[in-house]
Design a protein around this ligand. Structure first.
Ligand SMILES: Nc1ncnc2c1ncn2[C@@H]1O[C@H](COP(=O)(O)OP(=O)(O)OP(=O)(O)O)[C@@H](O)[C@H]1O
Length: 760
């Protein structure tokens, strides 16, 4: 070991010893906090048990229990914080840092040496032994080349002289690799990291963030940050790091609950779930578009992207046309205009019923709405109508309390019913019997009219579905037929969700979440402009970070990036928009990336990371049973050097067919849309569930001309191939797709004697 490395190792030993000491101290604090929580909890349980029998004692006990509850919550929070700190210290113990910079400030004589890791660490004298990677000064580790550099500090731009930049790979407190570099972050360590096997969870990239990724991570100015990056260029990695960065820099104003990430599917949510905790941060909220819509249309079966993808394989021409129209931003504008011009007579009000009885008929509701000034916006008028209806309901309830049935009901109450009704209200408070009777009558009637109140509160007096249908009839005549037919069987197609919600929210004034500060959307190419417009409306305070690869479009044709960007900017109408392109692909070996590049019309822009590997292999099968044989042989071969092999298909049906044939031969996992995690081994899954994921080896199933006829399916084929990290096998039953035929033959090998109509 050379002298310098020995010196560095000595420093590592020294720092690790201090981290261990600090860990022990924190552990004591944690144990103490834990004991406190347990004792408060015990106390709380005992208090909750006693004195709840006697009605009069309930109120006091409740107050006490509430106090204890708050105490437990506070203690649990302290415990969680300490536990998080222990986890971070534990991680630092194994790998305290990954970078070092030596800098010389203008007014200084001697250089300063700073070490950079996943979290800061100070010794007892408050000396910084490790700087957090998110600290302003740390940015020069990722950004700067040696010489004069600048970084953004809270006090403004700072300049310094960067004298040395050193990278470390430290495992179990031992330096495994270390070297000095003049580049931003050198290739050596990256090579080592990218060459390793895939994992159930995505890893953080903190030690090897690349310059252009660093820009995405540290941007705090843009209202819309659009990252257009080729497959495997680290878009997802960069935004997760970005979330950690934003949380660190706005610790006092922001917490993880104010971040929402729209992810492509539940497998993906699980896959990325460890990145933020590994950086010492809590996870943000995650939701898929399907979940988001389903929550808003209770009782309806909302079509998912996956249903729509499977259906897309056989769409009717007419349906396709309607769907395309509903996905445009201009369709959303039509909704806005429709509502603006909507006459009172055109509102689809509906009677409010209680059992079989009409409580407020629709004409009364219409008259109430009509009585309000025209100058009010529809949502204000709607809100006022709601208030007026609630007032009317209160009058009705007051009148009803005097009815005979109510008195009869009071007389027939047994003890239990009586105490339930009176709940914690003290009997002694009633001056006279009549007062108690009035109280009970009001409770009984209110209970009886609860559903009416709920109906008003939840806006059920407007039939939004009929309203939307009326809108369709006016603006996309014919499309209301299938909408109504689907609704009959409680189904809602995906293309209708955004316009329908928009219509509902504009009319009723709801649906907006003002609390979310940052909205992240991954795989943006799978969202229609109508959906994006709605999300912007639903999260009006949120800054947007949108990531995508317009060429990985599964659900629509590939769009020119420039056209996509300009449409997006126009639709979302934001002030400070910034677009960042990531063209270097890190996931796959250069052989796989070069193969993929050749498939795409503008593939030249993709830069392969120089990691050598085998060229992709194209296998030609004569028929289905030959294909299954070939899959089995390939799996056996690939398993020699790969731990996860994914057979990726174009549809669930294909997955099931393959699974039926091969699961008796070897252990395989069929992944469907109920799966929450991706195990290691051999997997079979359709491409839409593999979005955003990666596997050691991929077998692209049936890339024949039959399955991938033309450029409409290029997005799917490209996405499948780009899931492979180390090896890619493409299997075709019969002639290969013309999309593969245009790839130069030197970029892949062919296994079969059938002659291919090569052009090159
Ligand atoms: N700077 C980096 N250092 C180390 N690994 C990186 C870096 N950038 C990307 N990677 C790795 O490259 C792979 C692809 O990254 P990621 O999934 O974030 O890309 P993506 O652009 O979201 O991909 P896709 O659009 O194809 O799903 C991951 O294994 C990730 O860890």
């Amino acid at each position: 070991m050379d002298k310098e490395r020995l010196q560095e190792q000595r420093r590592v030993d020294n720092v690790v010893a201090k981290i261990k000491k600090s860990f022990k101290k924190k552990e004591q604090e944690y144990l103490k906090a834990h004991q406190e929580t347990s004792s408060v909890e015990k106390n709380y349980v005992q208090n909750a048990k006693i004195n709840t029998f006697e009605i009069d004692d309930r109120i006091e006990t409740n107050a006490e229990v509430q106090q204890q509850k708050q105490l437990v919550a506070k203690n649990v929070e302290t415990e969680t914080i300490l536990k998080g700190q222990l986890t971070t210290l534990n991680d630092l113990e194994k790998s305290p840092y990954f970078g070092r910079v030596d800098i010389l400030d203008e007014d200084e004589q001697t250089p300063e040496t700073l070490y950079i890791g996943i979290s800061s660490f100070v010794d007892e004298k408050q000396n910084f032994l490790i700087y957090d990677w998110r600290a302003p000064i740390s940015s020069i580790f990722y950004n700067g080349t040696l010489g004069k550099v600048s970084y953004d500090a809270p006090s403004g731009k700072q300049e310094t002289d960067l004298l040395k930049k050193r990278q470390f790979l430290i495992q179990n407190a031992q330096i495994k690799n270390m070297f000095d570099t003049n580049e931003t972050v050198g290739d050596n360590i990256l090579q080592e990291i990218l060459g390793s096997a895939s994992d159930e969870y995505m890893k953080n990239i903190v030690a090897t963030i690349q310059q252009e990724q660093n820009i995405i991570i540290r941007d705090t100015q843009s209202d819309l940050l659009l990252v257009q990056g080729v497959a495997g260029s680290g878009k997802t990695s960069a935004i997760l790091q970005r979330i950690a960065f934003l949380l660190y820099h706005s610790r006092s104003e922001l917490n993880a609950d104010q971040f929402v990430l729209f992810s492509p599917n539940l497998l993906f949510s699980h896959y990325i779930s460890e990145v933020l905790p590994s950086l010492g941060e809590r996870n943000m909220r995650q939701v898929t578009l399907a979940e988001f819509f389903s929550q808003r249309f209770e009782g309806l079966n909302v079509e998912t992207l996956f249903d729509s993808y499977e259906k897309r394989l056989f769409p009717s021409k007419e349906e396709h046309k309607y769907k395309q129209e509903k996905e445009t931003a201009s369709f959303m504008e039509k909704i806005k205009n429709y509502i603006h011009d909507l006459k009172t007579d055109d509102f689809q009000f509906t009677d409010i019923m209680l059992d079989d009885q009409v409580i407020f008929d629709k004409e009364l509701i219409r008259a109430t709405y009509a009585s309000l000034p025209d100058a009010m916006s529809p949502s204000q008028r709607f809100f006022e109508t709601k208030n007026l209806l609630i007032k009317k309901l209160k009058l009705l309830i007051a009148k009803e309390t005097r009815k005979k049935w109510v008195l009869e009901r009071i007389d027939s109450l047994n003890d239990e019913e009586y105490f339930t009704l009176i709940s914690d209200y003290k009997r002694s408070r009633f001056g006279e019997v009549a007062e108690e009777e009035n109280y009970l009558a009001l409770k009984i009637v209110k209970d009886r009219f609860r559903t009416v109140y709920d109906a008003i509160y939840n806006n059920y007096f407007l039939d939004v579905y009929r309203q939307y249908s009326a809108f369709l009839m006016k603006n996309l005549r014919g499309s209301e037929i299938s909408f109504n037919a689907e609704l009959e069987i409680h189904r809602l197609s995906l293309a209708d969700c955004a316009p329908l919600l928009y219509l509902r929210d504009l009319l009723t004034g709801g649906g907006q979440n003002q609390k979310i500060h940052h909205l992240f959307i991954d795989e943006i190419q799978d969202y229609s402009l109508a959906q994006l417009k709605y999300l912007k409306f639903a999260f009006p305070q949120a800054k947007l970070t949108l990531l995508g690869d317009s060429e990985q479009a599964l659900f629509s044709d590939i769009q020119e990036p420039a056209e996509f960007l300009s449409n997006l900017k126009k639709t979302l109408n934001v002030k400070k928009a910034r677009i960042i392109q990531l063209n270097k692909s890190y996931r796959s070996t250069s052989s796989i990336t070069n193969f993929i590049k050749a498939m795409l019309p503008d593939g030249n822009k993709i830069q392969a990371f120089t990691r050598p590997g085998k060229v992709p292999k194209v296998l030609l099968a004569n028929d289905y049973s030959d294909a299954i044989k070939k899959i089995n042989t390939q799996i056996a071969q690939l398993l020699n050097s790969n731990s996860t092999i994914a057979i990726i298909t174009n549809s669930m049906e294909e997955c099931k067919q393959i699974y039926r044939k091969i699961h008796s031969i070897r252990p395989v996992t069929l992944i469907d849309n109920t799966a929450r995690a991706v195990p290691q081994g051999v997997l079979i899954l359709p491409i839409y569930l593999a979005k955003g994921l990666e596997f050691d080896a991929v077998i692209a199933y049936d890339i024949s001309a039959h399955n991938y006829q033309n450029e409409h399916s290029l997005g799917t084929l490209y996405t499948i191939c780009s899931r492979a990290m180390h090896e890619l096998v493409l299997l075709s039953i019969g002639d290969v797709s013309p999309l593969i035929q245009k790839v130069p033959t030197k970029l892949f090998s062919v296994e079969h004697q059938v002659i291919l109509p090569y052009k090159n």
